[in-house]
Design a protein around this ligand. Sequence first.
Ligand SMILES: CCNC(=O)[C@H]1O[C@@H](n2cnc3c(N)nc(I)nc32)[C@H](O)[C@@H]1O
Length: 246
Amino acid sequence: AQDSAGVPKEKHDYQSDVARLRKIVINSLYSHRDVFLRELISNANDALEKLRLTSLTDKEVLSGAEDLNVTIKAYTDEDGNGRIIIRDTGIGMTPEELTANLGTLAKSGTTEFLARAESTDTTGTGNLIGAFGLGFYSSFLVANRVYVASLAAKSAHNPEPVQYVFSSGADESSFEIYSDPRGSTLGRGTEITLVLKPDAVEYTNPHKITELVDKHSSFSSAFPIYLYTQRTEQVPIDEDRSSSED
Ligand SMILES: CCNC(=O)[C@H]1O[C@@H](n2cnc3c(N)nc(I)nc32)[C@H](O)[C@@H]1O
């Protein structure tokens, strides 16, 4: 398939158990869907920690983005959909890693997870999901579509990293991998864009995001988390009613 920019897109089918796992995660966490933010911030922290450790032996990986942090943006897009963007300047993923890590289940012990998940009650599953690194799927509790753009750190065996996008819909059993039409905008790291479901628009409220970060992630994050909010002047849209009311 070609997109408008004529960028070739590769379409991949999820392995069968990926679809099954995603359903379990969504069903078991539905009543605690706030956890999606904690899970994504946790993945961002893992990526930043991986970068920090690698930089101890390979300084080159630090080029592209000096600061190690997580930034969160929440806004309404031009189609009126709520969007949340969680970006980290961690070690980032190559296109192959995007496909392997997000599209397939290389995770050993997945069958064990499936066995336990289908037997324990929902709260138990919540912790299991984090323990098995399956937190990414909780994005589909609140999003109809998830984009993961990533630019891997530069290194001897990857001197010219390219920025690619993994895109998947909540109701699809497939995902797409394509070169980011924006080019290498990230410097280094990963940017997750959630296109929110209509009933999840509450998450574009900065106070809600701040509350969730403070509740679940501020103490556990080894790296700073910044929240960007759009300031809109509250200018009265109509003349002062009090004077016009008779
Ligand atoms: C269950 C879906 N798979 C993942 O979440 C994996 O994808 C990768 N991943 C997710 N968010 C990431 C992120 N923000 N940075 C990097 I580097 N890798 C990430 C990790 O390998 C996770 O184990």
